[in-house]
Write a protein that binds this ligand. Structure first.
Ligand code: AMP
Ligand code: MG
Length: 349
C-alpha cells in the first residue's frame, strides 16, 4: 500500500484535504493525524473491520482497547449508556483537550473497538486539524497512538512515517505536537472517578474540578500485585533498545554516580547515553548526552521525552542513564512513562 503524506496547518484548515482524509475513514481505511498530545492512528470507531486493521497496523494485542475521538459534546450520548454528573463537570472543564474518560458503552460501539470490554474510552481533542478531520470522518474516530506497538508514541509525522509507511492509507502531517505525552485517562464508571493513566491534566486539576479522585494503584509501581485497569498499561511500552536506568538523589551525587557507570560501561564496549536537563547536561561524559529541557518548565521535558528515546535507538546507544523527575503536576506523567521505558529500573542514591 502507498501511504499518502499530506501537509496540514492547524491555523489554515484546508477542508478539502480533511474531507479526502475523512472519506478514507468512511470507506474503512486508516489515517494518522496530529492531536495536541501525540499522533493518532484513526479508523471508523463504529466499524469492527477498521478496529481490526488498527490492531494489525500497530502490531498491537487486540485486548488493548482503543480511544474513540469525537468533535462535539452532542455526539457523546450515542456512544455511552449514561453520562455521570462528574463526567459532565470534567467535560466542561477540560474538553476539548488532553483528557480521556471511560464510560459504560452503548450497543453502538463494537467490542472490537473496546478490546472486548463493556466500557468505552472517549476523548475530544483540542487540535483544530483533529477536530475537523473527525467531523469529516463521520464523527467517531477510534485512534490509539500512531506508533508500532512497543515504540514510543510519535510526536511528529516523521516518526509516524517510520512506523506506519506502507501500512496505512494516509498521514496528515501537522508538524510537532504540543504536549508530547498521551492523554490523562479517568474511569468515570466508579463512584469516585479513578485516574488510570497520568497526563497533562493532573490529579490537582481534576481534584479542583471534582473534589475527589482516586489513583489506580498500579500507575507508578509494578509491585502493587494488581492488574492495571487500563489494559494498555500492562504491556511493556516505550522501551528503548538499550538498557535504561533512572538515577534518583541529590544532584551532585547523581552526576558523579552516572559518570562512574558510564566509564565502566564504555570500557565494557557499550555505547553510552544520558538523559539530563539544561542545567546538568554539560557535566556528563556519555557518548550521547541529551537534555530533556528545564526543571523549571517540566512541559518542555514532556514534549522532548519520546523524541529522545527514539533518537537513542537511531544512534544505537546500548546503555542509557536518566535523571529522575519530581512527581508533582505533569512530572507524574513524565515519571510514569520513564519508569515504563526503564522497566521500573530505578536506583536511589
Ligand atoms: P493509546 O491510545 O495508544 O494511548 O492507548 C489507549 C489507552 O487507553 C490504553 O492504555 C488502553 O488500555 C486505555 N483504554 C482504552 N479503552 C479503555 C477502557 N474501556 N477501559 C480502560 N482503559 C482503556
Ligand atoms: Mg499508545
Amino acid at each position: 500500500m502507498d501511504t499518502q503524506i499530506i501537509q496540514v496547518d492547524e491555523q489554515h484548515i484546508q477542508i478539502n484535504l480533511l474531507r479526502q482524509a475523512g472519506e478514507i475513514i468512511k470507506a474503512g481505511g486508516l489515517v494518522a493525524f496530529p492531536t495536541e498530545t501525540v499522533y493518532g492512528l484513526g479508523g471508523d470507531a463504529l466499524n469492527p473491520d477498521s478496529s481490526r486493521k488498527i490492531y494489525e497496523a500497530k502490531g498491537r494485542p487486540s485486548d488493548n482497547p482503543l480511544i474513540v475521538h469525537i468533535c462535539r459534546m452532542e455526539d457523546l450520548p450515542y456512544l455511552v449508556k449514561e453520562i455521570p454528573e462528574a463526567a459532565k463537570k470534567l467535560a466542561d472543564a477540560f474538553w476539548p483537550g488532553p483528557l480521556t474518560m471511560i464510560f459504560r458503552k452503548s450497543p453502538a460501539v463494537p467490542t472490537e473497538t473496546t478490546g472486548g470490554l463493556a466500557t468505552v474510552a472517549v476523548r475530544m481533542p483540542s487540535h483544530k486539524t483533529a477536530l475537523s478531520f473527525i467531523r469529516e470522518a463521520g464523527g467517531y474516530v477510534a485512534a490509539p497512538s500512531a506508533n508500532r506497538s512497543g515504540k514510543p508514541s510519535p510526536t511528529c509525522a516523521k516518526y509516524v512515517e517510520e512506523d506506519m509507511a506502507g501500512r496505512i492509507e494516509m498521514i496528515l502531517d501537522g508538524g510537532d505536537v504540543e504536549i508530547g505525552l498521551e492523554s490523562t485517562i479517568v474511569d468515570m464508571t466508579e463512584e469516585i472517578p479513578v485516574i488510570l493513566r497520568p497526563g497533562y491534566i493532573t490529579k490537582e486539576m481534576l481534584e479542583e474540578a471534582l473534589g475527589s479522585v482516586r489513583e489506580d494503584g498500579t500507575m507508578m509501581s509494578d509491585e502493587s500485585g494488581q492488574a492495571p485497569k487500563a489494559p494498555g498499561m500492562k504491556y511493556r511500552h516505550y522501551a528503548p533498545k538499550g538498557s535504561l536506568v533512572i538515577v534518583d538523589g541529590e544532584e551532585a551525587r547523581v552526576t558523579a554516580y552516572i559518570n562512574e557507570q558510564l566509564e565502566r560501561l564504555r570500557r565494557e564496549g557499550h555505547r553510552t547515553g544520558v538523559i539530563g536537563t539544561d542545567a546538568t547536561i554539560a557535566r556528563y561524559r556519555g557518548d550521547v548526552c541529551k537534555s530533556a529541557g528545564s526543571r523549571e518548565d517540566e512541559n518542555t521535558i514532556a514534549k522532548e521525552l519520546y523524541r529522545i528515546l527514539r533518537e537513542f535507538d537511531d544512534e544505537e546507544v546500548t546503555a542509557i542513564f536518566s535523571e529522575s523527575f519530581d512527581t508533582a503536576g505533569i512530572g507524574q506523567a513524565i515519571m510514569n512513562r520513564l519508569l515504563k521505558a526503564a522497566g521500573h529500573h530505578m536506583i536511589h542514591l
